[in-house]
Design a protein around this ligand. Structure first.
Ligand SMILES: *Cc1c(COP(=O)(O)O)cnc(C)c1O
Length: 470
C-alpha cells in the first residue's frame, strides 16, 4: 500500500458523490485546434467570442441558450410533429404543459424569448412609461425601450456587489419600488418586470418571501407583475435549498406557487426547457392575451405555432416536464457549483454565491490593472479562448451598451466574464480543463493588456462589436 495511487483511492473511501440522472447515448466529437490556429481565429473574430466559428471552439461555454442536449424522448417527440398550419396537436400539448406547471391561462408560442418580450412590451407599454425590474437583461430592456418605456432597476443593492453572500440576491427592493411609484405614479407603470434567477447578477434567485411581498405591494397600487421565467426552474431549486419551509416541496410545486403571485410570464425555452429553439408568452388577462395574439401573427406566425415547427413544440412540451424534475435541476446546478468551487479554491475571483447556470468571473478583480473602458471582461474571454479554446462571453461594459440620452457607455458595477454551462452536455472532466486554464491565466494576469473597440454596432453591440489588443 505504499504506492501513492492507492493512497489517493483510500482518501476517497467514505466519500459520496452525486452524478447526473442520465447516461450518454450519442456523442459529438470535438477537438482543440493549435495555439497558432486559435490566435488566427481570435483575430478574425475581432476578439469577440460571438464572432467565432463553433468549429474553432473546444469547450463552448458561450451560452446555455439552445445548447442543451435533448433526451431520447424529446427526439422521439420530434418525429411526432404535426405540421398543420393551424391548430397543430403539438401546440395543445405545449399549452397543456405550460398551464400544468406554470398555471397561466393564455399561452402564445413564439420563436424564442425575445419574440415574447416584443409582444408583451408592445401590448402593454405606452410611450413615457416606466418599467421597474430586478436588474436589466439585454433583450428585455431593449424591447421595453423600443416600446417607449424606461427601465428602472429596483434590485436590492447587494446584487451589485460580487462578493456579497446574500442567499437571494435577485430580490426586489420594495423601498425602490415605492420611491418609483411616488415619483411617476402607478398609472405610468404597466408592469413590474421580475426575473427568476437574475442572469446579469450572476444567476441569483428571488425568494418566495420577496415575490409574496411584491405581490402585496403591487395589489395595493394596482400593478401587474410579469415574470421572465427563463430560468425559474433554477430559482425554484434555490428556494428549495435555502428558504425556510420549502425543503420538502418539489421544484415543480415551488415553481407553481411562485408563478401564482405573478400575472403572466415570458419564456426563453432555449434555457430551462432543454430545446434548441422556442419560447412562449403566457398571461392571465384576456385583454393582454388578445393584443399579444394580434401581434404574434404580424411578427412570429399564427397563434398556434408562433414561429416554431410542430415538432419543435412537441420537443418543448416534453422538455417542460423533463427540465422541472428535481434530480435534473439538482445535477445541473451542482455541476455549475463544481466548477465554481474549483475556481474559489484556487483564489480566482468569481461572483458569489455561485448561481444556477453559469460561473461569472469577476474581471475587475481578475485584471485589476485594466480600466473598465479597456474592457477587462472582454479581454478575459479572448485570453481564455487563446489559452485553451474555451469560449465564454462578456457581461460588463460592452453588454451594457450606451445610454440613449447621453450617448456615453453605461458603466455597470459588474464587469464579468460568463462561463455558461449547457445542460446535459459536458462532463466533470471538461469542467476541470476550464478551471485549469483560468488558473493559468490568473497566474500570468499582470502581463495581460486590455482591448480597444474598433467597430460598434448600434443595437446590442456585444454581439457584433470588434476589438484589437492595446
Ligand atoms: C435568453 C434570455 C432572454 C431572451 O431569450 P431568447 O430566447 O434568447 O430570445 C430573456 N431573458 C433572459 C433572462 C434570458 O436569459
Amino acid at each position: 500500500m505504499s504506492n501513492p495511487i492507492y493512497k489517493t483511492m483510500g482518501q476517497q473511501f467514505g466519500r459520496r458523490s452525486w452524478a447526473e440522472p442520465w447516461k450518454i447515448k450519442m456523442v459529438e466529437p470535438i477537438r482543440m485546434i493549435s495555439a497558432e490556429e486559435r490566435l488566427e481565429a481570435c483575430q478574425d473574430a475581432g476578439y469577440n467570442t460571438f464572432l467565432m466559428r463553433s468549429e474553432d471552439v473546444y469547450i463552448d461555454l458561450l451560452t446555455d441558450s439552445g445548447t442543451s442536449a435533448m433526451s431520447d424522448r424529446q427526439w422521439a417527440g420530434i418525429m411526432m410533429g404535426d405540421e398543420a398550419y393551424a391548430g397543430s396537436r403539438n401546440f395543445y400539448n405545449l399549452e397543456a404543459a405550460v398551464r400544468k406547471y406554470y398555471g397561466y391561462k393564455y399561452v402564445i408560442p413564439t420563436h424564442q424569448g425575445r419574440g415574447a418580450e416584443h409582444l408583451i412590451s408592445q401590448a402593454t407599454i405606452t410611450k413615457g412609461d416606466y418599467i421597474p425590474g430586478n436588474m436589466y437583461f439585454t433583450t428585455t430592456r431593449l424591447h421595453q425601450e423600443l416600446a417607449g418605456g424606461t427601465f428602472v432597476d429596483v434590485i436590492i443593492d447587494e446584487a451589485h456587489d460580487p462578493t456579497n453572500q446574500h442567499p437571494f440576491k435577485g430580490n426586489v427592493d420594495l423601498d425602490k419600488m415605492k420611491a418609483l411609484v411616488d415619483k411617476v405614479g402607478a398609472d405610468r407603470i404597466p408592469y413590474v418586470s421580475l426575473a427568476g434567477t437574475v442572469n446579469m447578477a450572476g444567476g441569483q434567485p428571488v425568494s418566495m418571501d420577496n415575490v409574496k411581498a411584491l405581490r402585496a405591494f403591487c395589489d395595493k397600487h394596482g400593478l401587474r407583475i410579469y415574470l421572465d421565467a427563463t430560468r425559474m426552474y433554477e430559482n425554484a431549486f434555490f428556494i428549495q435549498e435555502r428558504e425556510e419551509g420549502y425543503k420538502d416541496k418539489s421544484v415543480a410545486e415551488i415553481l407553481f406557487e411562485f408563478c401564482s403571485y405573478t400575472d403572466g410570464a415570458w419564456m426563453s425555452a432555449k434555457k430551462d426547457h432543454l430545446v434548441n429553439i422556442g419560447g412562449w408568452l403566457a398571461v392571465n388577462q384576456e385583454d393582454v392575451a388578445e393584443r399579444a395574439r394580434n401581434l404574434v401573427v404580424v411578427y412570429e406566425g399564427l397563434h398556434t405555432y408562433g414561429g416554431m415547427a410542430g415538432r419543435d413544440m412537441e420537443a418543448l412540451a416534453i422538455g417542460i416536464e423533463e427540465g422541472v424534475k428535481d434530480d435534473h435541476v439538482a445535477a445541473r446546478v451542482r455541476q455549475v457549483r463544481y466548477l465554481g468551487k474549483l475556481l474559489l479554491d484556487w483564489g480566482i475571483p468569481i461572483m458569489e454565491p455561485i448561481g444556477g447556470h453559469a460561473i461569472f468571473v469577476d474581471a475587475r478583480r481578475f485584471y485589476e490593472h485594466i480600466p473598465q473602458d479597456q474592457f477587462p471582461a472582454q479581454t478575459l474571454a479572448a485570453q481564455l479562448y487563446l489559452d485553451s479554446g474555451v469560449r465564454s462571453m462578456e457581461r460588463g461594459i460592452v453588454s451594457a451598451g450606451r445610454d440613449p440620452k447621453t450617448g456615453d457607455h453605461y458603466y455597470p458595477a459588474l464587469e464579468l466574464t460568463r462561463l455558461t454551462i449547457p445542460r446535459r452536455v459536458y462532463t466533470q472532466a471538461h469542467m476541470d480543463v476550464v478551471a485549469e486554464s483560468l488558473k493559468a491565466l490568473h497566474d500570468e494576469r499582470k502581463k495581460t493588456k486590455g482591448l480597444k473597440m474598433v467597430y460598434e454596432p448600434e443595437y446590442l453591440r456585444f454581439f457584433q462589436a470588434r476589438f484589437e489588443p492595446l
